[in-house]
Ligand binder design. Structure first.
Ligand SMILES: [Zn+2]
Ligand SMILES: [Zn+2]
Ligand SMILES: [Zn+2]
Ligand SMILES: [Zn+2]
Length: 461
């Protein structure tokens, strides 16, 4: 009897609340690029066709692009034959990636590409012409116009040997506009940008600073994974993030406006508290630890007074941090990060985004020079900020756990390492899918190594 009641109530619960059609971790789109170009800095390390890293051999004619094997070279030739003579002529000069990409788009469109559709549902699809071009905005953007002008010059030179011609300026600008506002960076497993691409179907997806889906890649194939449950596959309610989320709303809006020509009105950008918290100081009363705005007269939690001296120190530390982070954009130096972190202690709130950014830089810099205990310390502090600002289901958070586990494994802390690997697996299975090679080829071997060392440790005891 009891069992029957339970079953009945269970049935009722399930029928009144239907299971979501889309589950977190479900892949909702797989797409091949309409056009793509490997970044020139990787041209001697990765295949120009499949983007695979490894032993690659150059095209004997232009000596500019490299392929992993003959099959890739043959497959790429259809497109490469048009640019090969030009790349050969300009060798050893490096051709701007944007020019190569524009050239490929022009050729693709000329050879029937305008009819190709990228599907985001069984019946929903988009063609290249359906992509936003932001023609009017670009026409009034001197920086973009200057860029396009220089690309036009390269293209004219590039296509002189080709039976194709450079389109007129209006047409070129509309192709360029579509590239600028719809282009994707193809990321490798470590989230480094290795190539630029245009995908047609996925261009249906809008941006949010609090996304419910994420884009990851396997080779040049794009995958969109749901990071939240969804009642159904409704692309008007699916959002990915176009930008780095570890920034203040002000900066994010600036990035989006500058690059994608729209003002973000997502819940995070319109929340005033978000901006305040991201730039918060910490309450001067150590035991309180609340986040405060230095413009206040006192802490709203413990009433501790905020002095002009504290205000000055805060302004100095913020200015110094911003200055150093800007100067370390390309490469971070551990000692500079340490000086900043030292000054930030007791002044900036632990979740102040500039503090989080400094920790991130310190973590990477410490890894770079092999200072493992220090890297571990910064990485562990970084978790909280990454989780808050990137969100709990972000590839970067998964990768951070994986890196932490790796360092701990190296330091012989196998139990702790296992915890981080477990967290990494939980997140990366959602953002990349359990079949992704990042899991099979990188994470799982680490887990096996940790398990083996744990067993050996137990055996020794
Ligand atoms: Zn290849
Ligand atoms: Zn070639
Ligand atoms: Zn936003
Ligand atoms: Zn307080």
């Amino acid at each position: 009897m009891a069992t029957e009641t339970t079953t009945e109530s269970l049935t009722k619960t399930t029928s009144s609340k239907p299971l979501p059609a889309i589950k977190r971790g479900q892949r909702i789109l797989t797409e091949k690029p309409f056009a793509f170009v490997l970044k020139s800095k990787y041209r001697q390390q990765r295949c120009d066709n499949c983007l695979e890293e490894g032993k690659v051999r150059k095209c004997s004619n232009c000596r500019y692009v490299y392929y992993c094997n003959r099959a890739c070279q043959t497959q790429a030739w259809l497109m490469h034959k048009h640019e090969c003579p030009f790349l050969k002529r300009s060798y050893p000069r490096i051709v701007p990636d944007a020019a190569r990409m524009l050239c490929r788009l022009i050729l693709r469109l000329e050879h029937g590409g305008d009819l190709i559709r990228g599907y985001y549902t069984e019946h929903g699809s988009r063609k290249f012409r359906d992509l936003m071009s932001h023609y009017a905005e670009i026409k009034n953007d001197p920086k973009r116009l200057e860029h396009l002008e220089s690309l036009h010059a390269v293209l004219t030179d590039m296509m002189v040997d080709s039976p194709s011609t450079v389109p007129n300026k209006t047409e070129l600008m509309s192709i360029y506009g579509r590239l600028i506002t719809n282009g994707f960076n193809i990321l490798d497993g470590e989230m480094n940008s290795i190539a630029t691409a245009i995908y047609l179907g996925v261009s249906i997806t809008d941006h949010s600073c609090q996304p419910n889906a994420v884009a990851t890649f396997e080779g040049n194939e794009l995958h969109i994974y749901a990071i939240e449950d969804m009642p159904c596959l409704d692309w008007s309610k699916i959002f990915i993030s176009y930008i780095d989320l570890l920034n203040t709303p002000e900066q994010r809006r600036l990035d989006l406006k500058e690059h994608y020509y729209f003002l973000c009105v997502c819940s995070k950008c319109t929340d005033r508290q978000e901006q305040r918290e991201m730039e918060a100081a910490v309450c001067p009363f150590r035991k309180c630890g609340s986040s405060i705005n230095v413009k206040w007269t006192h802490c709203r939690n413990c009433q501790a007074g905020i002095t002009p001296k504290l205000r000055n120190t805060y302004n100095e530390v913020m200015a110094m941090t911003k200055h150093h982070l800007e100067s370390m954009k390309d490469v971070a130096y551990l000692d500079v990060c340490k000086v900043c972190l030292d000054k930030q202690t007791g002044v900036l709130h632990p979740l102040n985004v500039w503090h989080v950014k400094t920790l991130d830089a310190a973590f990477e810099a410490a890894i770079e020079v092999g200072k493992w205990p220090e890297a571990l310390n910064y990485g562990q502090q970084l978790l909280q900020g990454f989780r808050k600002y990137n969100g709990p289901w972000h590839p970067l958070l998964g990768l951070l756990h994986m890196k932490l586990g790796k360092i701990q494994l190296y330091e012989g802390q196998c139990k702790e390492a296992m915890h981080h690997f477990e967290e990494a697996r939980r997140i990366l299975c959602v953002t990349h899918g359990r079949e992704h090679r990042l899991i099979g080829e990188q994470l799982l071997p680490l887990v096996q190594q940790a398990q083996m060392e744990l067993q050996q440790q137990m055996y020794r005891q």
